[in-house]
Design a protein around this ligand. Structure first.
Ligand SMILES: C[S@@+](CC[C@H](N)C(=O)[O-])C[C@H]1O[C@@H](n2cnc3c(N)ncnc32)[C@H](O)[C@@H]1O
Length: 358
């Protein structure tokens, strides 16, 4: 069960802020310790690592520390401003955490073997891959079953949070402020509808629900297993249940001009170059005039050249075959070409954000 820290209303602001910073530092410490320890264990079983990683310098660590501080401060500030409730910052499900953590360790031997053998298209025979696009039929992150099993859906959130040193949700929440600000211009009587494209396990929808309690939310994803997991999370929340549907974000199963807001989090780097354009155009089609589109994905070389080594290492360790192309892609140009206007670009933590209006 999702446990919500309801006491936040009664605790002095400064104390609450310290508690939030401490919570984030604890998650970062845990993530770093886990990554170091699991790397050492991997070396015991696979001492001959063929992958040549680029060196991460002390300056890079300092840069990362600065980014960490900034996003934590922004996250806190937005909660203080009332963009979303403060208790969202403290939500934690300990039972879920423990179960996922054990499962991550149980999955490592297979993941490491797949990585060692450079075998990123390794599925059980009973998984029917035919209905999925070619680019999707792979073990992103060398993960067992790719996105196509409940096991994978059960460990995904924690894996991502560990990868991002505990700020995955803080990065997802950066889409909320621009959404709120730009939707101020949209006709409030029009029964607001927001779609989260490639919603995965539903975490962005969870934060959208906290920010917009009364509007209609929608989520679309290609993975039934991830949608099941999303349903499990979202059905615990008060207010209307978001409508989840299995579908391809290249061909959204909605009519033209249907939504006032669309978000797209952590998926562009997993799409081949021409598909990114298709997804932008398709989002444009289903967005109402004046509606807002927010993309959140990895930083790129153009905005963070100082983190080039990190960007080079990531696809080597995690099987991300489209990442190398993504970090050089001009998404702003793509948005312009599709017809979007008022395009703003920001970076927070390890993420980059494109905010555009139709
Ligand atoms: C890295 S996960 C991101 C999930 C989620 N947005 C988040 O914040 O964690 C990528 C997700 O994109 C989905 N996906 C990838 N390609 C897709 C496509 N063409 N159509 C729909 N979903 C897709 C996957 O199933 C997976 O759930």
């Amino acid at each position: 069960m999702l446990s919500t820290f309801d006491l936040t209303k009664f605790i002095p602001e400064e104390l609450l802020k310290n508690a939030y910073e401490t919570w984030q530092q604890t998650k970062a410490g845990f993530s770093l310790a886990h990554k170091n320890f699991s790397t050492e264990i991997k070396k015991v079983f696979f001492p001959n690592n063929a992958i040549q990683y680029k060196e991460i310098t002390p300056e890079t660590f300092q840069n990362l520390q600065g980014r960490f501080q900034t996003i934590i401060e922004e996250d806190w500030r937005d909660a203080q401003r009332g963009i979303y409730p403060v208790n969202v910052l403290f939500e934690a499900d300990w039972q879920e955490f423990l179960q996922s953590y054990v499962k991550i360790w149980l999955d490592y031997p297979q993941t490491w073997q797949r990585m060692q053998q450079q075998k990123p298209q390794d599925f059980r025979e009973d998984v029917n891959l035919e209905s999925y696009p070619q680019y999707y039929r792979r073990n992103f992150h060398y993960q067992t079953d790719g996105y196509l099993s409940d096991y994978s859906a059960n460990i995904y959130d924690l894996q991502v949070d560990i990868l991002f040193n505990g700020i995955a949700d803080a990065m997802r929440r950066r889409i909320l402020k621009p959404m709120v600000e730009r939707l101020k211009n949209v006709d409030k009587n029009s029964d607001l509808k927001i779609l989260d494209c490639a919603c995965g396990t539903g975490r962005t929808l969870q934060f959208l629900r906290a920010t917009f309690p009364d509007i209609s939310l929608y989520g679309v994803d290609l993975s039934s297993a991830y949608l099941r997991k999303a349903n499990q999370l979202l059905s615990q929340l008060p207010h209307e249940l978001p409508q989840l549907i299995k579908g391809n974000i290249e061909n959204l199963p909605y009519q033209d001009n249907y939504f006032q807001g669309i978000s797209n989090v952590f998926v562009f780097h997993e799409l081949p170059n021409p598909i990114r354009q298709k997804v932008i155009e398709e989002s444009f089609r289903v967005l109402q005039s004046g509606g807002v589109f927010v993309i959140c994905d990895s930083i790129q070389l153009s905005d963070s050249p100082e983190l080039e080594a990190m960007m080079a290492n990531f696809p080597l360790a995690f099987h991300e075959p489209f990442y190398h192309d993504y970090i050089k892609d001009d998404i702003e140009l793509r948005l312009n070409n599709a017809g979007f206007k008022d395009i703003e670009v920001k970076t927070y933590g390890f993420s980059k954000y494109w905010i555009a209006t139709k």
